[in-house]
Ligand binder design. Structure first.
Ligand code: GLV
Ligand code: MN
Ligand code: MN
Length: 408
C-alpha cells in the first residue's frame, strides 16, 4: 500500500499526454520516429518551452549540447538544484513512453506543486536530454555525456547518421561539450521512466524505485570478405562474410546465455546488398549487458574469440570497435531511501539492464530513478505501454519526492 500523496485530486495526465502523442508517430507501425535533432524532436522541444513557460519557469535554456533545461524557484546558480526529467528521442519505431513519460511527469509534478502554492526552497529544473537512445549518431546518452564531459565534443561533432549527416550539421554547429558550471548547479537528479520489463506488473505495484544499472556497451563488428557472383562462384571458393556474421549472431546468444547476461545484434548493414552477389562486407552492432563488469568483458571477449576463429575458417576478416561503454551504476542510497520513505515501506526496488541519462549523471551528482508499471513489459517497440492511472500515480510520487527535497 502506498502512502498518501501531497497531490490530491485528479491530474491532467491524459490531456497533456494527448498533446504530444501524434508527434513523430509512424501511422504504419504505430511506433515513433523521434531521432535526436530531427523535426519531431524539435517540435517536442518547442512544446516543452511553451508548457514550461506557461507553468511559470523563469528560464528555459539550451546548454549548447542539445539539452534543454527549464528552471523554477530560486536562481539555479545557487548550486543545490533538484533536476527531474528524461529524453524525448526514441529508437526506430519505438514506444512513446520511453523518455517522454519522464519529461511530461516532471512538468506535471512541478505544475501540481505550484498550483498548490508551494514555494521551492531549492532551484528546481526540468530537463530534456538530447539523443539518449543513440539511434541517430550511435552513442547513447549523447547529450548527458557531452554535458558531463564523458564525450569529447570534437568526436561527437564528427559522428554521422545513416544518411551521412554529421552531428555538427544536424545540431547547427560543434557541441559545447563539458559544462562544469552548469553541472555544479545540480544537487540531485531524478528520472522517472516507464519500466522496461514485467517486474512491477508481476508484483501488482504501480511504481518502483531503481537500485542500479547493469554495465553495458555497443561494439561495431566489421566482417570483410570477397564480393563475387552468387551463381558462378564454387562453394569451396567463397569468402562470404555473411557466414561469419550469421555464426557470430548465434555465438553471441550462446555466450550471453552461458553467463546469465544479455547480447543482441539488432542492426545490420550489407554491401552491396544484392540477391545475386556474395557480400563484400557485413557490418553488425553487438549490444552486450551483464550484471558486473567482469562478466561483460568475458562475454565480449568470448564472442570476439568465437567470431575470429570462424572468420579464419571462412577466409574473412573481422574487426571489433567499441563505440560506447557504460559502467555499472548504483543509485544514491540517500535518494533511494528518501523515495522509499515518501512511497511507504514495501515499494519494490529493482535493478535494470537498460541505459539511462540517470546513469551518466550518477557519476557526478546523487541520482535516483522511479519506474512506472508497464503491463506488457515490452519496450523499444510500439507494444510499450502504461495506464493513465499509473502515469498519474508516477506524477504524484515524483511530486512527493520533490516536496521532500525542494518544496515548503
Ligand atoms: C536505452 O534505452 C538502452 O538501454 O539502450
Ligand atoms: Mn530506450
Ligand atoms: Mn529511456
Amino acid at each position: 500500500m502506498l502512502s498518501d500523496s501531497v497531490v490530491e485530486g485528479p491530474l491532467p495526465f491524459e490531456r497533456v499526454w494527448a498533446e504530444i502523442a501524434p508527434i513523430g508517430r509512424d501511422s504504419g507501425t504505430g511506433g515513433y520516429l523521434r531521432y535526436g535533432f530531427s523535426e519531431p524532436v524539435r517540435e517536442l522541444e518547442r512544446w516543452f518551452r511553451h508548457v514550461a513557460t506557461a507553468d511559470g519557469a523563469h528560464t528555459v535554456e539550451e546548454d549548447g549540447n542539445g539539452n534543454l533545461f527549464a528552471w523554477y524557484g530560486p536562481p539555479p546558480e545557487r548550486g543545490d538544484a533538484v533536476l527531474v526529467g528524461s529524453h524525448f528521442d526514441s529508437v526506430p519505431h519505438g514506444g512513446g513512453y520511453d523518455g517522454p513519460l519522464g519529461i511530461v511527469s516532471a512538468l506535471l509534478a512541478v505544475r501540481a506543486l505550484r498550483e498548490q502554492g508551494r514555494e521551492f526552497r531549492r532551484p528546481v529544473g526540468v530537463v530534456a536530454f538530447a539523443e539518449e537512445e543513440g539511434s541517430r549518431f550511435g552513442v547513447p546518452c549523447l547529450g548527458s555525456r557531452l554535458l558531463t564531459g564523458a564525450l569529447d565534443p570534437d568526436r561527437a561533432a564528427a559522428l554521422t547518421d545513416r544518411n551521412g549527416i554529421s552531428l555538427a550539421e544536424a545540431a547547427g554547429g560543434r557541441p559545447a561539450g563539458a559544462r562544469p558550471e552548469l553541472l555544479a548547479r545540480i544537487g540531485a537528479f531524478v528520472e522517472l521512466h516507464v519500466e522496461q520489463g514485467r517486474a512491477l506488473a508481476d508484483l501488482g505495484a504501480p511504481v518502483g524505485v531503481a537500485s542500479g544499472i547493469w554495465p553495458h556497451g555497443r561494439w561495431r563488428l566489421d566482417f570483410t570478405g570477397e564480393a563475387n557472383h552468387a551463381g558462378t562462384t564454387r562453394m569451396a571458393d567463397r569468402r562470404d562474410p555473411m557466414l561469419t556474421y550469421a555464426f557470430t549472431v548465434l555465438a553471441a546468444n550462446k555466450e550471453a546465455r552461458l553467463r546469465g547476461a544479455h547480447a543482441t545484434i539488432g542492426r545490420v548493414e550489407v554491401e552491396p546488398n544484392a540477391t545475386n552477389a556474395i557480400p563484400a562486407r557485413v557490418r553488425g552492432w553487438l549490444d552486450a549487458r551483464a550484471a558486473d563488469a567482469g562478466t561483460l568483458e568475458a562475454l565480449v571477449e568470448g564472442v570476439r574469440g568465437k567470431a575470429t576463429d570462424r572468420a579464419t575458417r571462412d577466409g574473412t576478416t573481422l574487426t571489433v570497435t567499441r563505440e560506447s561503454l557504460s559502467p555499472a551504476v548504483e543509485f544514491d542510497g540517500g535518494l533511494v531511501g528518501a523515495f522509499r520513505e515518501v512511497l511507504a515501506e514495501g515499494v519494490p526496488v529493482l535493478p535494470t539492464a537498460a541505459g539511462h541519462d540517470a546513469g551518466i549523471l550518477a557519476e557526478h551528482v546523487p541520482t535516483a530513478m522511479l519506474f512506472v508499471r508497464n503491463p506488457t513489459g515490452v519496450s523499444h517497440s510500439p507494444a510499450e505501454t502504461a495506464s493513465d492511472d499509473d502515469c498519474a500515480e508516477g506524477v504524484r510520487r515524483l511530486a512527493d519526492l520533490l516536496t521532500r527535497l525542494a518544496a515548503g
